[in-house]
Design a protein around this ligand. Structure first.
Ligand SMILES: Cc1cc2nc3c(=O)[nH]c(=O)nc-3n(C[C@H](O)[C@H](O)[C@H](O)COP(=O)(O)O)c2cc1C
Length: 234
């Protein structure tokens, strides 16, 4: 067991329903300090499209003070957990609104170097259809933030709740959660980006060399990423 693992959970819905229950099935298998947020209770703003975060700096976002505790928790964590139920074949609007506010931290702009050393889990539940899309939505954001390892847990319950699923299905889910929790513990602090992340980082690196956004360009130059330094190396 890893005692010091810092875990941040962003729940894509306020209530403690099926998706929350699924996430907590995983958390029960992990030992660590958990910092949990609920959307929209803990962050309820839509991105206004001013692009100030990108061109003037994130502290100029009109919602900076509100989102700061969530961003700080993401940066400080070893493991990021994003969850959302499937609502109308997509992630919740609250989850999308939250993720929109992280655009300035994508590799195309100013990725936070801690992201390249983290693990993440995306989880969803649905009655029958849409889990792949929701997992992809959340996974895409994590990829572009630079997170190298993302586990996916999606459940099409074919029942009103997780407990009411067929026993065979419950057993299969428990087995999967067990397997993933063991991997998380084993790999904590040891993950490194694979080819896809490195390749995308490299394309962004070339782009920044001739970048049009001074803020992004200076960020990459100051960190030495346009030269030999890389965020995943010490
Ligand atoms: C507004 C709404 C939309 C939903 N849309 C879908 C859907 O598109 N596909 C599906 O399989 N289930 C859908 N469901 C069912 C939920 O995904 C399912 O009950 C899920 O486990 C709810 O998670 P929660 O308890 O965490 O909210 C929908 C439920 C609600 C309330």
């Amino acid at each position: 067991m890893v005692i010091n693992m810092k875990i941040v959970v962003i729940n894509g819905i306020n209530h403690k329903g099926n998706t929350y229950t699924l996430t907590h099935k995983l958390l029960d298998k992990l030992d660590g300090e958990v910092n949990e947020f609920f959307l929209p209770k803990d962050f309820d703003e839509f991105c206004l499209g001013c692009a100030k975060c990108i061109f003037k700096g994130e502290s100029n976002c009109p919602h900076y003070e509100k989102i700061k505790p969530l961003v700080d928790a993401l940066v400080e964590s070893d493991l990021i957990i994003l969850d959302s139920p499937v609502y109308c074949m997509h992630a919740t609007g609250s989850m999308f609104s939250f993720l929109d506010h992280l655009g300035y931290m994508w590799m195309a702009h100013r990725p936070n170097e801690t992201m390249f050393k983290k693990q993440a889990v995306v989880l969803t539940t649905c009655a029958g259809a849409g889990k792949k899309r929701v997992l992809k939505d959340m996974n895409d954001s994590l990829f572009y933030l630079g997170v190298p390892k993302v586990y996916k847990i999606g459940v099409a319950m074919m029942a009103p709740s997780l407990d009411e699923m067929k026993p065979k299905k419950i057993k299969k889910l428990d087995k999967k959660i067990n397997k993933i929790s063991k991997k998380i513990v084993k790999k904590n602090g040891k993950v490194k980006p694979k080819f896809k992340t490195k390749a995308f980082f490299n394309i962004m690196r070339l782009m920044q060399k001739n970048g049009y956004n001074e803020l992004d360009k200076n960020y990459w130059n100051d960190l030495g990423w346009t030269k030999k330094k890389r965020p995943w190396k010490k």
